[in-house]
Design a binder for this molecule. Structure first.
Ligand SMILES: Cc1cc2nc3c(=O)[nH]c(=O)nc-3n(C[C@H](O)[C@H](O)[C@H](O)COP(=O)(O)OP(=O)(O)OC[C@H]3O[C@@H](n4cnc5c(N)ncnc54)[C@H](O)[C@@H]3O)c2cc1C
Length: 241
């Protein structure tokens, strides 16, 4: 199996804390991580999970300048040290160790199917390049693979399972094309600076951005934003097949 190096790759580190600070239903996202006076490439997040715990993490993409010089652990340490002390993101409130790992994105493995083998989830590089989510994609690709294997067995036609790469491309290629463009854009500090200043305060733009970055759409039959999202995917797929 080969990694397609034209597709983005991320790394991330995450730890859980038992904190009395509760950020509400929101996902806190930090786009500037400082280690003293040094601005590190990458981003940090914090969001609540059940049982009074919070998920705190930091990551970066290989499209960011300085990717090779910064480890996920270092980013995480810098981020945790930046958080206000009353949020209780410290050693005393930690619930388990820091875990770090790669985020293989945008279907960056080839081939995705081999006689007797279908790659799913991280093995297929199925993490969403827009937001680093991989759990839903691991479940979905597992389901698609299982359906094809089932059909191949029931019909006694092993070749049906080899349709898997095509099925994945149809499902994800248009969206991941946007994701690859997005990963490249956010790797450029001047683009991020301008976007943070002018787009972040605009609620309508941010609502649309959330929909796109989360891959949440009712498709071409949805509302105006869904239709725009659909057009973007078609254009993205045409430009970056
Ligand atoms: C720090 C970090 C934070 C993340 N946060 C999020 C998040 O908030 N939301 C989200 O959606 N995604 C997140 N992800 C991505 C998500 O964790 C993965 O995309 C997802 O877990 C992939 O699922 P998977 O089943 O493909 O692989 P895995 O979850 O890695 O499962 C593979 C399993 O196979 C086992 N295994 C490996 N080799 C063998 C072997 N030889 N024999 C038997 N078993 C073996 C492993 O032990 C493991 O249990 C995060 C990733 C990282 C690194």
């Amino acid at each position: 199996m080969r990694r397609d190096t034209s597709r983005p790759l991320g790394i991330a580190a995450r730890r859980y804390y038992r904190s009395s600070y509760h950020p509400g239903p929101w996902f806190e996202s930090w786009l500037d991580l400082w280690e003293g006076d040094l601005l590190l490439p990458g981003y940090g997040w914090l969001f609540p999970v059940p049982e009074g715990r919070v998920n705190v993490g930091a990551g970066l993409l290989n499209t960011f300048r300085g990717f090779r010089d910064v480890s996920a652990q270092r980013l995480f340490d810098a981020f945790a040290a930046m958080l206000p002390p009353h949020w209780e993101i410290d050693e005393d409130h930690a619930d388990g160790p820091v875990r770090s790992g790669p985020l293989p994105m945008g279907l960056n493995r080839t081939p995705l199917a081999w006689p007797g083998l279908l790659l799913v989830g991280d093995a297929a590089g199925a993490v969403n390049p827009c937001n680093g989510e991989g759990i839903a994609y691991a479940i979905e690709t597992g389901e698609l693979a299982a359906e094809l294997v089932h059909e191949a067995l029931v019909k006694d036609r092993p070749g049906v399972a080899m349709l898997y790469p095509q099925v994945l491309r149809e499902r994800y290629a248009p969206y991941f094309a946007i994701g690859r463009g997005f990963a490249r854009l956010i790797g450029r500090p001047e683009v991020m600076g301008t976007a943070t200043r002018y787009l972040l305060p605009n609620e309508r733009v941010m609502r649309f951005a959330l929909r796109v970055l989360g891959n949440l759409s009712d498709g071409p039959d949805g509302d105006r934003q869904d239709r725009l999202f659909h057009v973007l995917q078609r254009v993205g797929a045409a430009l970056r097949p």
